[in-house]
Design a protein around this ligand. Structure first.
Ligand SMILES: Nc1ncnc2c1ncn2[C@@H]1O[C@H](COP(=O)(O)OP(=O)(O)OP(=O)(O)O)[C@@H](O)[C@H]1O
Ligand SMILES: [Mg+2]
Length: 310
């Protein structure tokens, strides 16, 4: 029997998170369920933060699929083709170990993960880590580094099944399931290691524009589950074809301009862009570290003192 006894998370923090001095804030985008919108959300958040003046690094732990890396490559190529100055995050990927022995492979992955994380951790304002839609050792490592964990969830009971078993008749949460259990364990390890509590945020993705029963029921179950396993829910993203179209040019909704090159900005895109901005605001991330002011010009007095001193 599982020893999993989740308690309400005391760390749920609607207040703005504080930055550890000299260290980037780590935002992990995680959900073991494939195709929930992790990579799409990751690039949208990265671009939103960069447009607000933050320095952002991205780390892709799904190097086999490499969706985020491909998204960023497409972005660089598009900017070059069109002569545009698009903000691009510093990107790195960590591949799974090929060592046959599991213990050695995990040590190898830990070393490579930490080597990839350390430079941006010391130099960027934010490190965004995109994880694969499956349970891997690299993904578990990343979850332990999360200051904020964002879980995009397709608005479907199939996707919710990785967070909790739900009674089909009463819609009551029967018990938390695999992903919730994994996050709980990673929180425990982090607490033992003296790390700060993680702010776990679940966002609904691909929300229907119709007030369908599924949408309402998902909302009810998620709110009950949030209290039980310790996350907070936030504003979600609607189902929109544009998310699929933007990938080939590496663009996000935040890059679209009226009359500019590329996909033109419609009213629906303006609404979608607001959803992304609302999502980023709701994460309550710490503000970027202000750039150091340029060295003050020497005053006449200081120059005279220096001259007098010879
Ligand atoms: N809000 C949305 N509306 C419409 N399509 C979306 C939305 N969000 C994501 N998608 C589409 O859903 C698919 C999966 O998205 P994405 O690759 O970002 O998910 P993922 O969680 O990173 O997947 P994986 O687990 O395989 O890494 C893509 O085709 C993407 O364009
Ligand atoms: Mg992905």
């Amino acid at each position: 029997m599982s020893s999993f006894q989740p308690a309400a998370n005391p760390s749920i923090a609607p207040a703005q998170a504080e930055r550890v001095p000299g260290r980037a804030h780590v935002l992990v985008i995680g959900n073991e369920k494939g195709g929930s919108g992790k990579s799409t959300t990751a690039l949208h958040i990265a671009v939103s933060l960069m447009r607000d003046g933050a320095s952002v690094a991205t780390l892709d732990l799904d190097a086999r699929q490499a969706t985020l890396g491909r998204y960023i490559e497409n972005r660089v190529a598009y900017a070059r083709r069109k002569g545009l100055d698009l903000p691009v995050p510093t990107h790195a990927a960590v591949t799974a170990s090929t060592l046959p022995d599991r213990v050695e492979a995990e040590a190898d992955e830990q070393a490579r993960f930490e080597a990839a994380l350390e430079p941006p951790l010391l130099s960027a304002d934010f490190v965004l880590i995109d994880t694969p839609g499956s349970d891997t050792h690299l993904s578990r490592l990343a979850h332990m580094w999360a200051d904020t964990l964002l879980t995009p969830l397709n608005d479907s009971f199939i996707d919710l099944d990785l967070l909790a078993r739900v009674d089909p008749d009463t819609l009551k949460v029967v018990r938390p399931s695999v992903y919730a259990e994994a996050v709980w364990k990673q929180r425990q390890v982090r607490a033992v290691q003296g790390g700060r509590p993680v702010d776990w945020v679940v966002m609904r993705n691909r929300l229907s524009s119709l007030a369908a029963r599924n949408k309402r029921d998902m909302g009810t179950v998620l709110e009950a589950l949030a209290k039980r396993i310790g996350f907070r829910t936030t504003t979600g993203l609607s189902e929109r074809v544009i998310y699929r179209e933007l990938f080939l040019n590496g663009l996000t909704l935040l890059d679209l301009t009226r009359g500019g090159s590329g996909p033109s900005l419609t009213l629906s895109h303006v609404a979608a862009r607001q959803e992304v901005r609302d999502l980023v605001a709701s994460l309550n991330l710490p503000p970027p570290v202000p750039a150091a002011p340029p060295a003050a010009p020497a005053t006449q007095e200081a120059i005279a003192e220096q001259q007098a001193a010879g």
